[in-house]
Design a protein around this ligand. Structure first.
Ligand SMILES: [Zn+2]
Length: 706
């Protein structure tokens, strides 16, 4: 992923039933995302009233495992009770704090959706009408069963009509517009080296499995997944009406093409280098690299006008794709496109398709036992498709000016703490420090929900076909992005919807963003003491701030441009320390013989280590001059670390962990909890840990960067 938004948890991006996004940039609107409404202004809030803190709120002793020493495995000590009592529900592949809170948010959203769907008199074109009709169409299982794949006929007809390379490209472009995956990834985003302008990005992609490694690794688990995948592709072809032999042949051809694409793809670690994945080319240069692919046809079809340049992520991938377009038979490509069309739409069709899609992506890949209830699946799709329409209704019900003011105050305290840390760093020169502080000072902060909501007026949603609503929403969002080309950067835009339990840093905007959805217990509780809130939400804020200075974020300057502002020595000093973080996490074993990938997770681990350190400093500032009281037997420092552990409590299936290690830049919760703590003498002191204890590193090995 070239343009990398860094988020706190992969949780909301890992929906098992949404088609896996191979190399799409999270910056861009994901397919199945829509738009919406009128501009409203955020309530500005001045001073936050001091909340009444209730003793004992925030940490529940029943969640602990006091038979474990905090100095041996803090994750187990802090979460052992919870882990024992909260197995993964049958309809999930993982279960943790993020899921628990998201479920609470779902309950609020469900009430909104049910009410909107019951309202048959909402003005046509209003948010309520769109949200209500979208949800109603997804809940109408009788109509969905009756229609089967009929609503997709015009799309399949286009694929069937492909007769040469030219029409292949035209059709590929048309499908891309509707959010159908295939061949490569295309999106509009800020130019990494000219952050005041939008640019077209072309990246590797086109795979049905979650990563290129799934196609290439030779271990038994990977081989088994490939076998099951080909079966799944075959089953979907059979559901579309192919006889068994034809379905089998077509599935084999799809696999052949995808293996070639996978071989030409870079690894996720290679994709973490923003310079290496930034190759700006004129259209003429791109045409020369890929002579068989007529980009003018493709771009015109997408509605792109007057663009002279594109940013190509991985030129070698496009060279290979070009060879494939030239040399593979049209009939193979048509199978491939049929597959991606049904792959992208299966979750929104009748039961046979939904179940087959779930059997592979839910059961085989993620270890989920049963399908989620329909209302939850449709709710999540509504959020992905027209999230700001629903989100607007959500914040009206849930988000208070007080919550916003408290969050702003915490962000300010965390920024101040980060500034202090930079000023006192012993490994960085004054020259680089000055630049780091300029960047920190330029951070934009977004809290709760957008000041200006997306305008969905050009999107038509009806109570007709559910899958057509999804495709129309995709097309609307696609056009919305295309329309940005040539216009000033929309700095009010959000990359997550308000009910989302997550947060992110966007390097091109140089901004940190916290949706309303995450600012609730166990992350933030107005009734809890500072220690709990700084160990939870404070560390989340610190994490996002640190992303601006992790191995990728540090390569972007205060204006969001990919531009080196480090002296050579300081960069070397940083890398030396970052390499130690890589080694530390490389050693963590997730499943027998499966370890964390220290290079893939580096940015997130740096953000966790830095974020927790600055949150600790911010807490000490908040506690200064106050009497340090024990609550429920714990000092404020102990409660701070317990709160940190609590947000990462998680149970997951073996399949989930296997997928996480290969595709997710975040380490599993156990290591996110323990990893930073083993580097913090403040932690040893809080729990009386001694040299020789497992959680304690010798002085020379403790890593502190920020
Ligand atoms: Zn992160």
């Amino acid at each position: 992923m070239t343009k990398q938004i860094s988020w706190i948890s992969a949780f909301t991006l890992a929906g098992f039933y949404l088609a896996s996004c191979s190399s799409t940039a999270p910056t861009q609107t994901q397919p199945v995302t829509t738009a919406e409404t009128t501009a409203i202004t955020t309530t500005t809030t001045a001073a936050a009233p001091a909340p009444k803190q209730n003793k004992g709120v925030g940490i529940d002793r029943a969640n602990l495992d006091t038979t474990q020493s905090p100095c041996v495995d803090f994750f187990q000590y802090a979460n052992g009770g919870w882990i024992k009592n909260n197995p993964v529900p049958a309809a999930e592949s993982r279960w943790g704090s993020f899921n628990e809170l998201q479920d609470k948010n779902y309950a609020v959203q469900l009430a909104i959706l049910t009410e909107a769907a019951a309202n048959r008199t909402a003005p046509k074109g209003s948010n309520t009408q769109k949200v209500g009709d979208f949800y109603a169409s997804g809940m109408d299982s009788v109509a969905i069963e009756k229609l089967e794949v009929m609503p997709l006929k015009p799309y399949f007809d286009k694929v069937a009509a492909v007769r040469d390379v030219r029409s292949l490209l035209t059709t590929a472009a048309q499908l891309k517009k509707s959010g159908v995956s295939g061949m490569f990834s295309f999106y509009i985003g800020q130019d990494d080296k000219k952050s005041t302008e939008y640019a077209i990005f072309l990246n590797q992609g086109g795979l049905g499995l979650p990563d290129r490694d799934y196609y290439l690794k030779e271990d038994d688990r990977s081989k088994n997944i490939r076998t099951e995948y080909v079966k799944h592709v075959k089953n979907l072809f059979a559901l579309l009406g192919d006889d068994t032999t034809t379905a089998g042949k077509n599935a084999a051809k799809v696999m052949e093409l995808e293996i070639r694409l996978a071989k030409a793809s870079r690894t996720r670690v290679e994709l973490r280098d923003p310079q290496a994945n930034y190759n700006k080319m004129t259209l003429a240069e791109l045409q020369k690299l890929t002579p068989a692919t007529d980009w003018t046809i493709f771009l015109t079809q997408l509605g792109v006008k007057g663009t002279k340049e594109v940013i190509v992520g991985q030129p070698a991938f496009f060279k290979e794709l070009n060879t494939m377009v030239k040399s593979s038979s049209l009939s193979d490509w048509k199978s491939y496109m049929r597959w991606h069309l049904i792959h992208s739409t299966a979750p929104y069709l009748n039961k046979a398709f939904v179940q087959e899609n779930f059997n592979f992506y839910g059961k085989v890949l993620s270890g989920t036992k049963v399908l989620q209830p329909r209302w939850k699946r449709v709710l999540r799709t509504t959020d992905a498709a027209i999230g700001e329409a629903m989100g607007q209704l959500y914040v009206e019900k849930t988000f208070t000016p007080e919550a916003k003011a408290r969050a702003l105050e915490m962000v300010k305290n965390l920024r101040d703490a980060f500034q202090e840390h930079v000023q006192t760093l012993d490994w960085m020169s004054e020259t680089t420090k000055k630049q780091a502080l300029v960047k920190l000072d330029a951070f934009a902060v977004k809290i709760g929900y957008p000041d200006k909501w997306k305008d969905y007026s050009a999107l038509a949603i009806s109570r007709g076909s559910y899958v057509v609503n999804v495709l129309h929403a995709n097309e609307f969002n696609f056009n919305y992005d295309i329309n940005k080309l040539g216009k000033p950067i929309d700095r009010a835009e959000w990359g997550m919807t308000p009910p989302t339990v997550n947060a992110y840093y966007n390097p091109s905007m140089n901004e940190i963003v916290f949706p309303a959805g995450i600012m609730q217990p166990p992350f933030f509780d107005p009734k809890a003491d500072d220690a709990v809130n700084y160990g939870g939400m404070g560390a989340v804020i610190g994490h996002e701030i640190t992303h601006g200075f992790d191995d990728q974020g540090r390569q972007y300057d205060a204006e969001g441009n990919l531009k080196d502002w480090w002296t050579k020595t300081d960069a070397e000093q940083f890398t030396k320390r970052a390499d130690m973080v890589v080694s530390q996490y490389d050693a963590y074993e997730v499943l027998p013989a499966i370890k964390v990938n220290g290079k893939l997770t580096l940015g997130e681990n740096l953000a966790d280590i830095g974020g927790l350190n600055i949150a600790y400093t911010a807490l000490q500032k908040a506690l200064a001059g106050k009497k340090k009281e024990k609550i429920a037997g714990f000092t404020p420092e102990q409660r701070f670390f317990l709160a940190w552990a609590q947000i990462w409590r998680v149970n997951a299936t073996e399949q989930y962990f296997n997928q996480q290690v290969q595709t997710d830049p975040h380490s599993p919760g156990r290591f996110r909890t323990n990893g930073p703590l083993t580097n913090m003498p403040q932690f040893y002191e809080a729990f009386g840990c001694k040299p020789g204890d497992k959680m304690v590193k010798p002085a020379g090995e403790q890593i502190k960067i920020w």
